[in-house]
Design a protein around this ligand. Structure first.
Ligand SMILES: [Zn+2]
Length: 134
């Protein structure tokens, strides 16, 4: 009984430590997208110079390829894999020096999604909305 409680304590602390480690090791990079090529990985031209190849899931990839966002400065959170690759976990646009979340909104259904494309409900057009904050 007591040993079980102690075990649970340790397990909880372990999870907490992992979460803290994940937060602490998330890195942020800023830059603009190198003109995307269909079927090829995206590249970010870093504000500080140089480029990195981006590893990201399909939804984030689609969003970053949105032509409406072609000129944006991006802040990407994630992990450097090696000198030339960055695994992306979160993306933000930077407008007037402030971070924005990229969303798409259907006026008809009042549904917000995080990927460009037709509304999942009515298949109508969605509007790009960049919302201030993380
Ligand atoms: Zn809709």
């Amino acid at each position: 009984m007591l040993s079980e409680i102690i075990f649970r304590r340790f397990a909880a602390v372990g999870v907490l430590l992992l979460a803290v480690a994940a937060l602490a090791s998330a890195e942020a990079i800023r830059g603009t997208l190198v003109a995307p090529v269909a079927g090829e990985k995206l590249e970010l031209a870093l504000s500080g110079g140089g480029t990195v190849e981006l590893e990201l899931d399909e939804g984030l990839d689609l969003t970053m390829r949105d032509p409406q966002l072609a000129k944006r400065l991006w802040e990407l959170r994630g992990q450097h894999q090696d000198g030339s690759r960055f695994a992306v976990e979160k993306i933000f646009t930077v407008k007037d020096g402030e971070l924005h979340r990229v969303t798409y909104y259907c006026e008809i259904c009042h549904i917000t999604t995080h990927e460009p494309g037709p509304c999942m409900c009515c298949q109508g057009d969605t509007d790009l909305r960049e919302l201030l904050g993380e």
